[in-house]
Every structure is written in C-alpha cells, then in structure tokens.
Design a protein around this ligand. Structure first.
Ligand SMILES: [Zn+2]
Length: 308
C-alpha cells in the first residue's frame, strides 16, 4: 500500500518536473516462445549448435543455465560455451549431446565469471582435456587462454569471433558464430531483461555493448538463460536499450518528488515485480544511479539520492 501511495505522489511530481514516458513494449510478448519450465533438456538449434539446459532453475536463472555445444557437423569436435554448474546430471546430459553429435569437447569458452556459467569450466576442462578460455585468468585457470575482444578462434571446424560485451559484469564476452548467431550469455536473456550488477557492472558500457551486438546484425541470440531469440533479434536489442532509458527516467521521476534511498526507489519502481528479484533490482538501480551521478544529474545526501 505504501508503495502505491508513493507511486501516486511521485506521479504528481513527475508531471510537473519530468516528462511522462510510456514503458517500452517487449516485442517478444507477441512471439511464440516456450512457456517457462517447458524448454527441452537438449535441443539442436542449427547445424552448428546444440543447447543443453542445466537443472538450476531459479528467479535469476529462469529455466536454468543454457550450455551450448558449437562445432561443424562431421568435424568430430565441439567447443562448449558456458558449461554452467558442476552438476553430475548436467555433465551426463552434455556428454550425451556430445555423443549424439559424434564430437569430443576441444575447448571450454566462458562468457563471464558468474558461477552459474563458469563453475564447471575448470573441472570439465580437466575431464575433457580441453583448454578453458575466458576474458580473465581467474576463470581460464592455469594453462587457460585469456581471450581478447575482436579475436577469431578457429575451433571445431568453424570460426568463433570474440565480442566484448561488458556491462552485466566487467569481464563479459559474447561469441559470434559463422552462421551469424551470437551467444550472448547474460548480456541478453530469453525472457525479461538482464541485470547490470553493482559495483562491478556499468550501465554506459552495457548500453554500448547492446549497440555493438545490434551492429553485428545477429541472425539469432542464444541467451545464457531462457529461449533462443530468432524472430527479430534487433527488435529485442532495441527494447533492451529503451528499457534502460525508461528505468533511468523512472529514477529521475521519483527523485523529482523528494530525495530517496535505493530501497525506496526499488519499492516504487519494482512494485509489480516479485520481491525475490528486488536484490537484483537494487543492483541495477545502484548502477543507474552511478551513471546519473557520473553525469552530474543526481547527487547524494548520506543514504539518499536527489536530483542535482
Ligand atoms: Zn551473470
């Protein structure tokens, strides 16, 4: 109730000081995507790619982490992208998918350091005798390969371009395939929107990374969580950009009413979002405030933020 009252007062202030803006529409709402919890465990997405869904669903990981096997058919090889949690059942499913492709794992690539993507990288790299590659040595491990944005990897009978996509985390990478599809990790999710973590993430870097992937003209986005986005990937990236702008607008609109803490902003802006997601919402809100402070549009008084 308090949040609703707050929202009403903020709306009155907002009309006076910050122009009202409609929330952007998610183009995927009109798409025929699988309902949450109904994605198949293993799916061949295109000749180059098989996806294996890890059994770690949660409000943050959606249906679970998507592990991708990438390799030219007939090459007898595959690179594993985002092995995910070090879970025996998931390993068995990945090994079955490798066997079905007639492939052995020749490399383990990781989009970013979060455990739901990277935990199995080193143990499975050792198990498959495959090199682990990531943006940082802490994920790639001893004997691993530190990837440089812009480099092209020749692996498993195909080529994979390394694309810098910082924002969700500072070490985030995407991988562009020969087919034009892009494996985007947590940069873009199959449902909803992603989190810019704080203090590690960076909203400005995130927006630049969204535009960078947009400029690639991807034929599909294969996300770290949720279904693959094939119908109009550019429209989803446009929506993500508009969504960030809208959240920033909301922060400014609520601060136009009075100074507020992060917790008060989250309660107002995310009133219709399950509370289990509020800690993540608080991180994205702190990241948005950090951008606005860097732009001298918002200032701080102790725990409260105000318009500059
Ligand atoms: Zn992540």
């Amino acid at each position: 109730m308090a949040a609703r009252l707050d929202a009403r007062w903020a709306f009155r202030w907002r009309t006076a000081s910050v122009p009202d803006v409609d929330a952007p529409a998610d183009p995927r709402s009109a798409w025929d995507l699988p309902a949450p919890g109904t994605m198949p465990r293993t799916a061949d997405l295109e000749p180059l790619v098989t996806r294996v869904l890890a059994p770690n669903p949660s409000p943050m990981t959606l249906d679970g982490t998507n592990t991708y096997l990438v390799g030219a058919p007939g090459s007898g090889q595959a690179a594993l992208v985002d092995p995910g949690p070090d879970d025996a059942g998931h390993l068995a499913a990945v090994e079955s998918a490798l066997a079905a492709r007639g492939a052995r794992c020749v490399a383990v690539l990781v989009t970013h350091h979060h455990g739901d993507h990277a935990e199995a990288a080193l143990p499975w790299g050792a198990r498959f005798d495959a090199q682990v590659a990531a943006a940082g040595a802490s994920v790639a491990g001893d004997g691993g390969r530190v990837l440089e944005p812009g480099e092209r990897l020749d692996l498993a009978g195909t080529s994979i371009d390394v694309v810098a996509t910082p924002g969700h985390t500072s070490d985030h990478l995407a991988f562009r395939l020969e087919s034009g599809a892009v494996l985007v990790g947590d940069h873009v999710l199959g449902r909803g929107t992603s989190v810019v973590t704080h203090p590690e993430g960076d909203v400005l870097a995130y927006l630049e990374s969204l535009r960078r992937v947009h400029d690639l003209g991807p034929s599909a986005l294969y996300c770290g969580h949720g279904p693959e986005l094939t119908e109009d990937p550019g429209a989803v990236l446009d929506f993500y950009l508009a969504h960030r702008a809208y959240r920033e607008h909301q922060v400014l609109a609520y601060l136009a009413g009075r100074p507020r803490t992060v917790e008060e902003l989250v309660a107002a802006i995310y009133a219709d979002v399950p509370r289990s997601l509020w800690p993540a919402a608080a991180q994205s809100t702190r990241a948005a405030l950090a951008k606005l402070r860097a732009e001298a549009r918002v200032g701080a008084e102790g725990e409260r933020f105000r318009l500059a």
